[in-house]
Design a protein around this ligand. Structure first.
Ligand code: SAM
Length: 240
């Protein structure tokens, strides 16, 4: 079992957000501005409860030696930052309904998938993960979701995101936590994305992908907090 370094940071961030939620509720009782829950606008407070006792760090990866299964996650503030960046570079208001699909390629226990679905009520959120233990944890979390409108927009599947029968042609947003992927995987991923996705699709990843510049442009970099670093730099690309 392999972890991306500094995995403890996640616990620190999770702890901080518990305190934040509790503080916000107390403030609300005192007549301070209403919380996201009270106003009906969802935040990510539910993630703590949904993932209570579930972890991707201790998964059994036996027999998966051909894949880079080292674990780490986009943290809760990172999910907010991801959502904001996607909205900036590919606003959902300008995307046709059939293409309002988010994909997390290598989705672990699905925190980013669930988080993006909670934050964006119009999106279908897909996760593809190779490790069965992580898929089981993702499904357990999905089963705990009380809001049916969120649960029905989450699609988790087990498999290799490079499989030819898996297509991203209906994607508008793609996230790839690829920091440890090898050159061959990086190359195959870049070629598959170039081939399949439609114009305007935004791809955010943790390590540069070398696209054909006539097909995919590099638009920006952004700090997206991860469990291994609060200041992790991500690369943002857009299909031309
Ligand atoms: C660093 S973790 C990121 C988890 C999740 N995206 C997040 O940020 O919370 C990368 C994940 O990619 C998965 N993975 C690696 N290669 C894969 C492949 N070819 N197909 C599907 N999943 C893969 C690993 O098992 C691991 O769970």
């Amino acid at each position: 079992m392999k972890h991306l370094r500094n995995a403890k940071t996640y616990k620190a961030i999770g702890g901080a957000s518990t305190v934040h939620a509790a503080t916000a509720n107390t403030a609300h009782r005192r007549g301070a501005p209403k919380t996201a829950r009270a106003t009906g606008k969802r935040g990510l407070h539910d993630l703590l409860e949904l993932y209570n006792g579930l972890s991707g760090f201790h998964a059994n990866t036996l027999g998966l030696g051909d894949f880079k299964t080292t674990y780490g996650e986009v943290s809760e503030p990172g999910i907010h930052a991801l959502s904001e960046k996607f909205q900036t570079y590919a606003p959902l208001s300008k995307i046709p309904a059939a293409r309002k699909n988010f994909y997390d390629l290598g989705s672990g226990i699905g925190r980013a998938v669930v988080g993006i679905a909670i934050l964006n009520s119009e999106i279908q959120a897909h996760g593809i993960e190779i490790v069965p233990d992580r898929i089981r944890a993702a499904r357990e979390a999905m089963n705990r979701i009380k809001h049916k409108d969120v649960a029905r927009r989450i699609h988790i599947s087990q498999g290799n995101f490079l499989e030819p029968n898996t297509s991203y042609r209906d994607a508008c947003w793609i996230f790839i936590s690829n920091i440890l992927f090898n050159d061959a995987t990086q190359k195959e991923l870049a070629e598959k994305i170039e081939r399949e996705v439609g114009p305007g699709t935004v791809i955010i990843c943790c390590k540069e992908l070398f696209f054909d510049k006539t097909k995919v442009e590099a638009v920006a970099t952004a700090t997206i907090p991860m469990t291994w670093s609060k200041t992790s730099v991500c690369y943002i690309y857009r299909r031309l």
